[in-house]
Design a protein around this ligand. Structure first.
Ligand SMILES: [Ca+2]
Length: 324
């Protein structure tokens, strides 16, 4: 206790502190109690992608099944393929994920193919996304060899054989389809027409997505300052404590909690500062308490703001430490 009290000088106020040991302890306990209350909860807003409205978006269960996707093809019966059923045409066709994908074209014969799924689109900023790759566009192909994405009878995306350079590998395509977000059922369709030469249009991983904004609350963090720190002051310690070259007032996060409690301009604040510089600064414990006090000023102020009872307790404690 004496270490905290030692050589405490007079101040310019009428009642410096008459600081006795219990008051030092009271301040330390009070500050550490505040610090242990931790930071106030924080709200964080994040944007994520909601559920995909389309069923079997990677086609993995639809080869030979029309449970989700209606399929047609002039030459093959369906545009859906796996390596075993279609091959990969020397690496110019294949799945992006899994083993099934939609391969449109793929023959020099006239080929018309389609893939479609009816889906109810609720209100919102929905986006149609899919991965598209033009793996091959043989000589003679032109803009009549075309791949199309539609909602109902409206075209929302097209690409033709002359644009192979834009889709040299699976490339994400994203289309705003909020115009159809009316709570009704709509037909999402992909189709192609190729004539006279091979053009390979590849499609995989389709989705109808809605960005979702959510607000999450981060729980208050707890500072692991050991409460027993306040009980380790040796009563028998002499006043000739070797000082460390430590500055205790350089770290400050927000207004001083004592100012918040007592009010700016209160003469007791000068007593508190004198107590800090002349009493707390005399011991390692006092300097640690001061450091924590300023580092946690924001959290302490938040706790005082939220808890009137704590604020009243703090005011009483400060008045005991620095009576008027
Ligand atoms: Ca797939």
């Amino acid at each position: 206790m004496r270490r905290c009290m030692s050589k405490f000088p007079a101040t310019r106020h009428k009642s410096p502190f008459a600081l006795k040991g219990p008051r030092c302890i009271l301040l330390a306990v009070l500050i550490l109690t505040f610090c242990l209350t931790g930071s106030a909860a924080e709200a964080t807003t994040t944007t994520s992608i909601g559920a995909n409205l389309l069923q079997d978006p990677g086609f993995e269960t639809s080869l030979g099944s029309t449970a989700y996707w209606e399929q047609s093809s002039t030459n093959f019966g369906s545009p859906l393929c796996n390596d075993d059923s279609c091959g990969t045409a020397g690496g110019s066709a294949g799945p992006r994920t899994g083993s099934i994908w939609a391969w449109f074209g793929g023959t020099a014969n006239t080929e018309a193919a389609s893939l479609s799924q009816a889906v109810t689109i609720p209100a919102g900023a929905w986006t149609l996304e899919f991965y598209f790759w033009i793996g091959s566009a043989h000589e003679g192909s032109d803009n009549a060899d075309i791949f199309t994405a539609c909602i109902d009878n409206s075209t929302v995306f097209t690409a033709d054989a002359t644009q192979a350079g834009l889709y040299p590998s699976y490339t994400l395509v994203s289309v705003d389809v909020s115009a159809w977000a009316d709570g009704a059922s709509h037909l999402v369709a992909f189709s192609s027409i190729t004539t006279g030469q091979v053009v390979n249009f590849n499609l995989d991983d389709v989705a109808l997505l809605l960005p979702v904004t959510t607000t999450t609350t981060t729980p208050p963090t707890t500072t692991t300052v050991a409460p027993t720190t306040t009980t380790t002051v040796e009563p028998s310690t002499t006043t000739t404590v070797e000082m460390e070259t430590t500055t205790t007032t350089s770290v400050k996060a927000g207004p001083c909690p004592a100012t918040q409690v007592l009010g700016a301009g209160n003469p007791q604040l000068d007593d508190m500062r004198a107590f800090r510089d002349s009493a707390l600064a005399q011991s390692a414990l006092g300097r640690k308490v001061t450091s924590i006090y300023y580092r946690k000023a924001g959290s302490i102020n938040a706790a005082l703001e939220e808890r009137p009872m704590l604020r009243a307790l703090a005011r009483r404690a400060f008045e005991i430490i620095a009576p008027e």
